[in-house]
Write a protein of this length. Structure first.
Length: 366
């Protein structure tokens, strides 16, 4: 609990630092934006249509922005038919479901995350507990699970008949080189990533990515006061190397929120998002005045710029994987963009929830 004295001390500290020029003026927020009343707006990945609608309803019922988005994504985490998130999410190469999640609460500047956590159906709730009940921002693996149990979360088997069937099929045709490289191959190997059909391509995940089944839910919200929160939760890349952590639990990669500016999040190949600090980049682009859609496109261009490995390129030198960004700003403007045409995102605003086409950089990859 912060006290009035803490508040005064903090305010004085910020004032003094600012006077000393410790914080560049540009970090003081979005100076050209005067917030009056904002229409509560929530954006999410395409599998988050129900989540976005629920988040907006939660706000109307009095929830804070962070509670609203977490309750929204809980729907998808609990859904056994979504094989990209929480219960029923596709497992790692050993057949173990390892989940990643992170979130940020704009008004308090709070952040929490868990990586490679096993046996916990709703990792976003554990990320929330990390934010609320620890001095840390990211807990991983066994320690994250122990912490979750200490907070009252149940350890459960997260595999469903369907996810086990798909993993068993994958195991029967797995290739030891699926995720491993030798140093001399790192920049040169021509990838032999397989098509989604090889894995029983799942239309509910971002299979337009063209390769290994992927999926995740990201959800970002702004309320009528202009307060903002974001959350991302996932079972990560299917059949990943055990212990692999994607972008979703990395603050600044899988999601980022600055209450002065807006929030953003990602789905798709996490490695590309981590390497470019993706969601942070989107928020910084919005801070400089870009519309959310343009900010998402700019962050995608950076991914293209750093994707130089032939094994990660298609015949035209474009990335051979997919990444999607979603963003909302403090005024309630929103957008979504993907590397390739055909992606959509969910939005819920003024009692209307719908899917919209994402902007994109490239026509669909062959
Ligand atoms: N971004 C997730 C990860 O890399 C997966 C996905 O969104 O498809 O773990």
């Amino acid at each position: 609990m912060s006290t009035r004295r803490d508040f005064i001390r903090t305010s004085a500290g910020v004032g003094a630092s600012a006077a000393l020029g410790v914080f560049p003026k540009s970090l003081h927020g979005a100076p050209h934006v005067v917030i009056r009343r904002v229409t509560p707006t929530c954006v999410a990945s395409a599998n988050g249509l129900g989540a976005a609608a629920r988040a907006i309803q939660e706000l109307a019922d009095g929830a804070s922005t962070i509670e609203a988005v977490v309750r929204g994504v809980n729907l998808v985490e609990e859904d056994p038919t979504d094989t990209s998130v929480g219960f029923g999410g596709l497992p790692n190469a050993d057949g173990v479901v390892q989940l990643d999640s992170s979130l940020m609460h704009g008004p308090t500047r709070g952040a929490g995350a868990v990586g490679a956590i096993e046996g916990i159906k709703r990792p976003s709730l554990v990320a929330l507990d990390v934010m609320r009940y620890t001095d840390h921002h990211l807990l991983v693996g066994e320690g994250a699970q122990r912490f979750a149990v200490s907070m009252g979360h149940k350890v459960e088997d997260l595999m469903t008949e369907e996810s086990r069937r798909r993993w068993v099929e994958w195991r029967a045709q797995r290739d030891e080189s699926d995720f491993y490289l030798t140093p001399d191959q790192t920049g040169e190997r021509i990838g032999r990533m397989r098509a989604p059909e090889d894995f029983g391509g799942d239309p509910r995940v971002d299979s337009h990515d063209g390769y290994r089944p992927q999926g995740t839910i990201n959800c970002d919200i702004v309320d009528s006061n202009g307060d903002i929160s974001s959350v991302t939760t996932t079972s990560g890349m299917a059949y990943k190397v055990p212990g692999r952590v994607g972008d979703s639990p990395i603050i600044g990669a899988g999601q980022y929120c600055d209450n002065d500016v807006g929030a953003a999040g990602s789905t798709g190949r996490g490695e590309a998002v981590i390497k470019t600090c993706g969601s942070h980049t989107v928020v910084e682009m919005m801070r400089s005045g870009m519309h959310p859609t343009d900010a998402c496109l700019e962050a995608l261009r950076r991914i293209v710029h750093v994707t130089v490995e032939p094994r990660l390129q298609d015949a035209q030198g474009r990335p051979n994987f997919g990444v999607n960004y979603y963003a909302v700003n403090k005024k309630g403007e929103f957008g979504g963009a993907a590397l390739f045409a055909g992606a959509r995102f969910a939005v819920s605003v003024a009692g209307n929830s719908r899917l919209e086409d994402s902007a994109y950089l490239f026509e669909r990859s062959q």
